[in-house]
Write a protein that binds this ligand. Sequence first.
Ligand SMILES: Cc1ncc(COP(=O)(O)O)c(C=O)c1O
Length: 368
Amino acid sequence: VNVPFLDVAAQYLELRAETDATVACVLQRGEYVGGSENAAFERELAAYLNVREVVGVNSGTDALLLTLKALGIGARDEVIVPAYTFFATAEAVCLAGARPSFADCGVDSFNADLHSIERAWTPNVRAVIVVHLFGQPVDLGPIDEFCRARGLHLIEDAAQAIGASYRGRRVGSLARAAAFSFYPTKNLGACGDGGAVCCDDADLAARLRQLRNHGRSEAYRHAEIGINSRLDEIQAAILRVKLPQLDRWNERRRAIAARYGAGLRDTRCELLMHAGRDGDVCVFHQFALLHPEREALRLFLAREGVESAVYYPVPCHQQAAFSSMPDQSSLPHAERYSRHALSLPMHTGLADSAVDFVIELVREFERR
Ligand SMILES: Cc1ncc(COP(=O)(O)O)c(C=O)c1O
């Protein structure tokens, strides 16, 4: 039996006829950038998230970068970001000209918590980016209070968590602004790059629209230096076909996670992710666990045909790209997770029998 880690084409194949028809319409219309599909997707995503404004951009990285720029964050500013995240979260801070200040993970969560964010604070910090890592919503309430008390912008990196909720509200609607990625492997994936910024502030959205389009205020008039970062019409059209299926796909991910969770409960796997309580809903972009013999388990699974993945083998504060930054103290939880985290296969096309096979292999590994 082979169990692939991902099945990127599955969403397309499920919706093939509708997707092919909608892409053909866009191709025939000849409006490939900045047209009606993007505008409609922005409206539909805003309704789904219950936010006033959505601005489609070219990637999740650009969504973060443009948010920071639109909020006026740049040289001499610091931004708190989790050390344990995809590199782009910290990279965007540097691209904006600011400096990341890295926060550790919580003791029992892949996400940063209030304590770790407090420790990363310096007088130069102007914003905090929280990451709902692997689809697990961050415990935002206390972090929001901390940011309000210090006048800091709170930004959500919701790239991995579209459809998740915190206290009954969708992630992406909980802070000053939020960034999403539609990279093909995401829970809502385009067939290429894509991203969006969401917020409730019309002025901020107008600034983002200007920045994504070369700082253009009107035709061939440029009020500021922006970038070229628009969500193209083909990607927007494909995302519009997929969005109505997102909740159902996320439910399937939750069912797979529940099955893994029940099957692995009494093993040496440390299960930090949970489905959510009190109105929280995790959407399991990954099913990540910790294992004391991570590398041996990974090899064992691979030999039996099961693909797994390590997110992330090197936390951001230890990346070579940041080696010249002073004061990178050790962040013990992030470092421990990067040594022991393993993500098991997770995609909507994964059959229960495949999940059971993976569980049985983990148990067999532990019996050896
Ligand atoms: C947490 C996180 N932030 C940001 C990004 C960047 O998104 P993109 O790849 O669309 O630039 C990603 C994913 O790729 C991500 O997982």
